[in-house]
Write a protein that binds this ligand. Structure first.
Ligand SMILES: [Mg+2]
Length: 136
């Protein structure tokens, strides 16, 4: 049986289909829309980073004890349930804008995921997973 053209192939595409129903923003469907979602996605990624920073500052995620000389003891503690829930919400916000960016490019979220997996697989085959640079 052939899948319908608009039928989601997996959870990522199902999410994208649902998220698209709430996608209302300036320039949607034009190059301005891509600029808008890229900016907003970075804002949401910043909110995610902000909560990690607050977990360090306010929740004791990382404890540092300075000892004599250059000795430093660093202890990593768990996230509070409240902070963890906030991080999950921000990850969802980032995902929403990733979905919107895919819409602006006319691709599915699964296409972006498969492209990334292909890139990582290729790097693994060439023993180039570590290091830096987009084109390694
Ligand atoms: Mg947010």
């Amino acid at each position: 049986m052939r899948a319908l053209a608009n039928e989601p192939r997996n959870a990522l595409d199902a999410y994208q289909q649902v998220a698209t129903h709430s996608a209302i923003y300036p320039g949607q469907g034009t190059p301005l829309g891509l600029v808008y979602v890229a900016l907003k996605m970075n804002g949401e990624a910043g909110e995610l980073a902000e909560h990690v920073g607050k977990a360090m500052r306010d929740d004791g995620l990382v404890s540092t004890i300075f000892r004599s000389g250059n000795d430093t003891e660093v202890t990593f503690n768990g996230l509070s349930p409240k902070r963890r829930a906030l991080l999950i919400k921000e990850i969802g916000d980032v995902l929403w804008y990733l979905s919107a960016a895919c819409n602006e490019l006319g691709i599915s979220l699964s296409h972006a995921a498969e492209t990334n997996i292909g890139k990582l697989y290729d790097r693994g085959q060439r023993n180039a997973l570590s290091g830096s640079g987009d084109e390694r």
